[in-house]
Design a protein around this ligand. Structure first.
Ligand code: HEM
Length: 355
């Protein structure tokens, strides 16, 4: 397909919201057809939910992992698509964990995130497994659970698009992006034992006022020092677009930061990660934040443009051994009412009451 206008991206570059739902899915053998059927319908489904809650600013981005790409799509491949590369530093590890599809759903209202997630998962029932599910929330003035403002140095406007969206370097996939996600669990007790000055030295910024520490006092192994990259040889900035969110479970005791970084090439995010886990130029000095933050997941996805999603190219030939999955059974759970085809909200216990 040739288009005479730049490809329209997915909603990669939208402001940080108060709520987010991160879903990492694996696709069962034979589940590819259900995924392919859903992709062109995503925009319409988002509109259906978002139109009912116009103030929510509901957005959904879908990413496709390297292994699934080859099962799903025939023809050319995004130039830099590969699986997440595990990192083993002297003290800390960034593991690679399974992930074929990423759904990054965000809104100003958790109910809108929930509704769209439920709708999409109902459509994919029998074809996918949810391997990680994180509900993110805004913590006061965009702070992480360590108490620091997170997202300040994100590029904005045109600079954000230049950082996050593929351009002429891979024209076939222009308007696309790459995204890396990692779930970090914080040791909040250990963090709280540090003084505020020690915490600020770990991050590289002041805690209350969120100002970058002067170069003279900012430690070389602070988070900011290790994630700030020099510009490329031609002077262009090497930045990523982060949409991190805090999450928590009192039941499991897990509290942390869901890291999500979009970039026009995964190489930039990967260099930041290498600095954090292996040290700058491999000097072995890790990011101090890692002493209180353990990465428990890690996946890399290609984020096609909205135009690509609306009309994906022909399917990959199915492998000879692929077994068809059974058609989705009538689903139990939250979306039942809608699955029944009555178009109602499906709030079962309210239906029929007093009417
Ligand atoms: C900056 C928190 C993981 C890349 C920051 C800042 C905070 C923060 C508080 C300072 C304010 C700001 O500019 O946003 C965290 C936490 C993480 C985490 C709690 C997980 C435990 C990561 C990862 C990467 C990353 C995995 C990249 C692979 C960056 C970048 C900056 C930054 C590029 C801006 C640096 C600058 O130019 O000043 N992060 N971050 N962060 N972080 Fe992270």
């Amino acid at each position: 397909m040739t288009v005479d206008r730049p490809a329209v991206p997915q909603a990669v570059n939208t402001p940080l919201t108060t709520a987010a739902q991160f879903l990492v899915l694996t696709v069962r053998p034979g589940g590819e057809a259900a995924v392919r059927e859903l992709l062109p319908e995503l925009a319409g489904l988002r509109r259906s939910v978002g139109f009912r809650a116009p103030q929510a600013g509901l957005a959904c981005v879908v990413g496709i992992g390297a292994e699934l790409w080859d099962r799903l799509v025939g023809g050319p491949r995004p130039a830099r698509l590969h699986p997440f590369q595990e990192l083993h530093g002297p003290r800390h590890t960034a593991p690679a964990t399974p992930g074929d599809l990423l759904l990054h759903i965000r809104a100003e209202q958790q109910d809108a995130c929930y509704e769209l997630a439920a709708l999409l998962l109902t459509r994919l029932r029998g074809a996918v497994d949810v391997v990680d599910e994180t509900t993110g929330f805004r913590y006061f003035d965009k702070r992480d659970l360590l108490g620091f403002v997170d997202g300040t140095e994100n590029p904005e406007g045109g600079e954000a698009e230049a950082a996050a969206l593929i351009g002429a370097e891979d024209a076939e996939f222009a308007g696309g992006s790459y995204v890396i996600v990692q779930k970090y669990l914080h040791d909040l007790s250990a963090w709280e034992r540090l003084t505020v000055e020690q915490q600020e030295a770990s991050v590289g910024r002041t805690k209350l006022s969120d100002l970058e520490l002067p170069e003279a006092v900012k430690p070389a192994d602070s988070h900011v020092a290790l994630t700030e990259l020099d510009p490329a040889a031609d002077g262009t900035e090497r930045q990523i677009l982060r949409m991190n969110m805090p999450f928590n479970s009192f039941a499991t005791g897990e509290a942390g930061t869901y890291f999500i970084g979009y970039c026009r090439t995964p190489a930039v995010t990967e260099e930041m990660l290498a600095n954090m886990f292996l040290g700058r130029d491999g000097d072995g000095r890790h990011d101090r934040l890692l002493d209180v933050s353990t990465a428990v997941t890690g996946s890399l996805f290609f984020v096609p443009s909205a135009d690509w999603l609306a009309a994906p190219p022909a399917a990959a030939a199915p492998p000879a051994s692929a077994e068809a999955v059974a058609p989705p059974a009538a689903p139990p759970g939250p979306a039942d009412g809608r699955a029944a085809g009555d178009g109602s909200l499906g709030i079962g216990s309210l239906k029929g009451l007093g009417s």
